[in-house]
Design a protein. Structure first.
Lengths: 68, 223
């Protein structure tokens, strides 16, 4: 299963900004809480994290050295 | 869950103790579990507990009046925190927050004093831990004072990729910004610039260092 941004529903205030900036339409609001619907389409642009004022959605990176 | 003696031995504070001595220390240790995002210590609050990370990762940070966060350190299993307050009796000099589910081992100040009376050889280890902390904070001051942001980001990426510990958390751009003392947007731009230079590749949720030598040069000669 593809990795996906991590959502903390308790922090989500349902503002919907992340839905608007997701260039792959991977996010929707369900019962006023952000939810991922199209995981395969997420290209980890991190726009959703950038606009989230409450820190409810985060896109963490693993850092590796090529070939190690 | 009972405190594991083997794990206790791996903590720098207690590395000189033999099994019987470790056994005598265990009774002073209590376990605390913390959820992701939970604040463990709040800057300025009085506190009397020395903590060791048993599992997970904890960030230690200061916050400006405007709400800007500066990460001082990320503690992984075996690392201690709140040493300063426990030894100087002052309030917590920084806040600490769980970066994921975390298990902590705690020792109260009064119990630590008993342990030190019975096992004074621990003192040298504590001095080593605190000296290491001073060295790390001096390095942070150097970074914030003398390195350009892109150099700081390069250094963070290199240090992070070379840290082989299993429990290190993945980093968000916000985490990197708080470590580098800058804004998240600047980290985003730095990552893009590094990718354009060919030193890294952004591969979905992985930052792949493709030219370690060039990235090291960017991070500064002292790295």
């Amino acid at each position: 299963m593809a990795e996906m941004p991590i959502i903390d529903p308790e922090k989500c205030n349902g503002c919907g900004l992340c839905v608007g900036v997701c260039r792959n339409n991977a996010l929707i609001l369900v019962n006023n809480v952000i939810t991922i619907i199209e995981v395969k389409e997420c290209d980890w642009c991190t726009n959703c994290e950038a606009v989230c004022a409450t820190g409810a959605i985060i896109c963490p990176f693993e850092v590796v050295i090529e070939g190690s | 869950m009972p405190v594991q003696l083997e794990f206790l031995k791996s903590i720098p504070y207690f590395s000189e103790l033999n099994p019987a001595e470790l056994d005598s220390v265990v009774r002073f240790i209590f376990e605390r579990t913390v959820e992701r995002g939970e604040l463990i210590l709040l800057e300025g609050e009085p506190t009397e507990v020395l903590y060791f990370v048993a599992s997970g990762a904890v960030k230690c940070f200061k916050t400006s009046v405007e709400g800007k966060e500066q990460i001082l350190n990320i503690m992984l299993p075996g690392d201690s925190f709140n040493d300063v307050s426990v030894f100087d009796g002052g309030p917590s000099p920084a806040s600490t927050q769980a970066m994921g589910p975390v298990t902590l081992y705690g020792i109260r100040k009064k119990d630590l004093e008993i342990i030190l009376q019975h096992h004074p050889q621990i003192s040298l280890n504590i001095a080593k831990v605190l000296a290491g902390r001073v060295r790390q904070l001096m390095s942070l001051i150097e970074d914030l004072s003398f390195r350009h942001v892109i150099g700081r980001v390069a250094k963070i990426l290199l240090e992070y990729a070379e840290d082989r510990r299993d429990s290190k958390p993945r980093l968000t751009q916000r985490d990197m910004a708080a470590m580098a003392g800058t804004a998240r947007e600047i980290v985003g731009r730095s990552l893009k610039a590094l990718e354009e230079d060919g030193t890294i590749r952004l591969d979905q949720n992985r930052i792949v260092i493709t030219d370690k030598k060039a990235l090291s040069e960017m991070a500064g000669a002292s790295y």
